[in-house]
Every structure is written in C-alpha cells, then in structure tokens.
Design a protein. Sequence first.
Length: 312
Amino acid sequence: MIVLARGDVVLPDRVLSEGTIVIDAGRIAAIEAGAVDSVRATTIDASDCYVVPGFIDVHVHGIEGYDTLDGGEAVAEIGLRLPRYGVTAFCPTTVACPPQELRIFLNQVRDSRVAAIPGRARVLPAHLESNFISPDFRGAQPASCLRAPGASTSEGDFSTRDILETIAASDGWLDKGHGLDLTMLATAADFETRTNGATHMGNDDAIVFVKGRVDKRDDQPKLIAMEISRPEINIDGATTLTLRVRAPVLTETRVEKLRELLRSHPGESPVFVRVVGPEKETVLRLGDEFRCDTRNGLYAELRVLFGADCIA
C-alpha cells in the first residue's frame, strides 16, 4: 500500500487541499481530506505539491531528439523520457513511411507493450498517420510515401498492398490485440470512389472519423470501414456549437441552465439547437448574446445536462 500524504489533490470538480490518496494493489483505494492511518503503508510526503492524474498523449512523434521512426529502441526511449513531462501513457505516432520502417516501428511498439517497464510511460496502440492521405492535404507527409487506398500496382519502391500486408503481418500485431489508429485523408470524390459510394456526410469539406478493420481473408488485404462519424473540431475556440436535444428534454429548468452555461463560457462560437420532435426536427439559432467558447469543459457540462450524445 502507498499513501500520498498532505498534497493538493486535483479532482474533477475541485482541488482538495492537504489531501491524502491511498493506493492499494496499483489502484486508488481512497481519497481523503487530511491524514489517514498509514502505519503499514509506504508514505510519500506530498506537502507543497500538486497531485494530478498522469496525462495520456494520443499523438507522440518523438521527444528530446528521438523519433518513433528512428529504429533501434526509439519507442522505449521516448517512453523513458515522457514521465518527467507528466505523461504516463502515449500512442507512438508515425508519418507516412516505407513498409520496412513501418514494420520495425510496429515491432518496437509490440515489444514495449508486452514488456512494460516500471518508471516508463505506458505504450498504447500505435497511431499511424498512414500512407493513405490525399496529396491535396498531405501537410508534412512525404509525398513519395503516399499511396491510393485501392491501388493494386506498385508506385515507386512499394505498393498499397505492401503497406496493408505490413499492418496485417503474420506475426500477429492485430491478432494479439495491440490495435492501432490509422489516419486516412482524402478528397470527397476520392473518398466516395474508394468506399463504393459511401456517404461523406453531405459536405465536400467534411472531416470524419472512420472506424474499421483490416480484412485478411482474401489474397489482397483490405481496409473495411465499420463506422463513420464527425469529430468535434475546435479551431481557436470559434467552431460552431450544435446541440441535438429531444423536445421532451427541453424543460424550463434545463433551458435556464443552458442559458447559464453559455453565459459562463463567453466566446465567438454561434450556437444552434436541433430540437427533435416526434414528427420533425427544428433547428434554432440562439442569439449572439449566447455565443460561447467551446473549450474549458463546456462540452462535458452540456453532456451532463442533455446526455452523452447531445453534441451534433
């Protein structure tokens, strides 16, 4: 048992001054105000310190001169250095790269996940920015490594199939549950072509999340889209906020609470409310006095008020 004593504990809704955290068998067993009986525990004096949860960074290319594509033990070295910055778990992330570099990287991630070492940030499933990004939106991606998702012929030194076979390699990266997050970015026309006419959600400039899997049943590995959704995107706090709420939920009390929430987060984002009735859906645009800043926890408060799926 470990006791973190007399620190200022940062909780979801407040800071508990001179609080105590009791950790038993690797889990938080109790959070108490003041001191606790800790005769049989290892006590760490956290006086004059803040005690906060570790950060989970889902997009890490590197740190302190190490890059995830450096080879060797790069992923492990990154994990060794992140805790000093408060990061206790991370998704190693790559830009588009040749299959041999990708294979080395995935093997590093697999090894680091299997052999978790105390004192290092925990390695989560990999995030691949991937080779399947439209050249029109490539940003910092090396153009020589970009491939069309459905291409069957080689371009340069490797093909689309080479990349997919590396991801779905026989050494069991996915079969053993390590998982990965794969980024694809295409123009709307190319997206519809590559997905047999699947909708791009009615907007030529839409950015969507596609959840899927690698299908290895045929000779040609394929990426299969299972679910398509729009992410919440916040650009300088000025994104449009759209709420989708069932009509019966809009009680007078909740409407007043909504007014209070928006006024307590003043900003530049316009607010729309899609009221879902039994036969039709009505869209209301709130006045400029309710323009808000969608950062700093507003989404979380709105979900408490109207439900987890209220952000349209």
